[in-house]
Design a protein around this ligand. Structure first.
Ligand code: G3H
Ligand code: 13P
Ligand code: ZN
Length: 305
């Protein structure tokens, strides 16, 4: 069944677990997530980015996700991830998304507030939830104190932002970044900062850039020809700590991509006579599904559908 992010995140924050928000690009990745959710009896957020809309077309991708969510035996949402402007968010609201993110994190505080408020106004009219971001998703290793303060979310500003905009969820910057190369040295999240934000802001908080980049998947990909040395993500034991401090939605894209691609490489290498796309993409979908199921267990959402 198709529900909104707010429907899933509010009980998650109240009860100390988080909903996995999984990025999909095509039929196989979408099936991987809904099958994982059904098998784990877990709610799930399916999210697509503007670059996926460009790749697949809004009509194709939105109808694919809508169909999957409607057929799923568990609650699933259809969310725009990192909507970059008002028109993109508005077109997704019009296409039947149940949640949109408006990412004004690159703007000045007042401009971010103004843009977010415009999106909240049109989205809430249709019962669509809105996520916004304050702070920037960028690595903070080897940065000066001033640079770090500019990148990471300021707890006081977070309170003001939520009051002024009326958003349903806030993405915070606490030292994570997107992709497979998050840290050069020790992996670290600013949990102290998250604690201060969580004490002051009661709406669900969102952790972007949360892939753990499992070593075994990177090794498998490299074994079959990838060149991914130095890839490093969030240690899995940080998830529980972040959830206990207010994180109720955790975004995962990289780990799904890595699992998918490692298996495609494996099948192509070990079955050189295979040329049926379903026999190559099918195992890749299964690998992606296992990763998603593992996250649902770690986030505590398994059995919560
Ligand atoms: O922020 C989300 C993604 O990891 C980047 O996704 O390549 O679909 O824009 P994209
Ligand atoms: P990862 O690159 O760590 O998977 O982050 C995904 C994300 O934040 C999507 O919005
Ligand atoms: Zn993100």
């Amino acid at each position: 069944m198709l529900v909104t992010n707010k429907d899933l995140m509010v009980p998650a924050r109240r009860n100390g677990y988080a909903i996995g928000a999984f990025n999909v690009q095509n039929l196989e990745s979408m099936l991987a997530i809904v099958e994982a959710a059904a098998e784990e009896k877990s709610p799930a957020i399916i999210q697509i980015t503007p670059s996926v809309i460009k790749y697949a077309g809004l009509a194709y991708i939105s109808n694919l996700v809508k169909t999957a969510a409607q057929l799923a035996p568990v609650p699933v949402t259809m969310h725009l991830d990192h909507g970059g402007d008002f028109d993109t968010a508005a077109s997704c609201v019009g296409a039947g998304f149940t949640s949109v993110m408006i990412d004004g994190s690159f703007l000045k505080f007042d401009e971010n507030v103004a843009l977010t408020k415009r999106v909240v106004r049109i989205a809430h009219q249709k019962g669509v939830s809105v996520e916004a971001e304050l702070g920037k998703l960028a690595g903070v290793e080897e940065r000066s104190v001033e640079e770090k303060e500019d990148i990471l979310t300021d707890p006081k500003a977070a309170v003001k932002f939520v009051e002024k905009t009326g958003v349903d969820a806030l993405a915070v910057a606490i030292g994570t970044s997107h992709g497979a190369y998050k840290f050069k040295s020790e992996a670290k999240l600013d949990l102290k900062r998250l604690e201060m934000i969580g004490e002051k802001v009661s709406i669900p908080l969102v952790l972007h850039g949360a892939s753990s980049v499992p070593e075994w998947i990177v090794e498998k990909a490299n074994k079959y020809g990838a060149a991914l040395s130095g890839a490093k993500g969030i240690p899995e034991d940080e998830y529980g700590k972040a959830i206990s401090l207010g994180i109720a939605k955790i975004n995962i894209d990289t780990d799904l991509r890595l699992a998918f691609i490692a298996t495609i490489r494996e099948v192509l290498k070990t079955s050189p006579k295979e040329f049926d796309p379903r026999k190559i993409l099918g195992p890749a979908k299964e690998a992606m599904k296992e990763v998603a199921k593992g996250k649902m267990r770690l986030f505590g959402s398994s059995g919560k559908a």
